[in-house]
Design a protein around this ligand. Sequence first.
Ligand code: AMP
Length: 215
Amino acid sequence: MITLALSKGRILDDTLPLLEQAGIRLAGKASGRELILPTTDPQVRIIIVRATDVPTYVQYGGADLGVAGRDVLIEHGGDGLYQPVDLGIARCRMSVAAPETFDYKAAVRRGARLRIATKYVTAARRHFAAKGVHVDLIKLYGSMELAPLVGLADAIVDLVSTGNTLRANRLVEVEHFLDISARVAVNQAALKLKGERLRPLIERLDAAARAKVES
Ligand code: AMP
């Protein structure tokens, strides 16, 4: 049996058509509450977990492979995971955003120490370290946009897709530093033990993702 971990929402919605291209469909109608979904391939099942838990399930073998955003994989650290395919789905970018009234570029130029609120502390730390900007990172679990509005932080690091969330909170995207999309993460031990079944599935997903980009 091959177990594939997906998360509800964008990842599930965008992965199912690729799986279908790879010859695998959900078996029957799901009510939306089941956490284990059988597929038309009796040897493949899907489990539904939180997006941030996908790498953990794969790392410890609760799933043989999973699909997770690059943001989630960076924050997890990637231990024990092999990441062979960028599916090119659930695309967005990781950016620094600040209130219209805060001159971020001038603050960086004069070497100010910045307070940055984010859920993505690993990616943010890497980015500011590479730029040589001194920051105090404040870890939040959601609604980062609020932090600069109430004086908790000078700026935030968040995912941006349309930019609507930032605009609605009068924040401006001042630095886009990472392109995000969802990747396949595979348990390295499973790849050795079940390689004969896993490799063709990964290859078919890769081919489906490439065909989607070309069309
Ligand atoms: P938007 O208003 O379209 O710029 O979307 C921004 C919000 O949606 C952010 O706060 C993110 O948390 C979330 N978001 C957008 N795209 C993604 C994605 N590909 N993966 C996860 N979250 C996303």
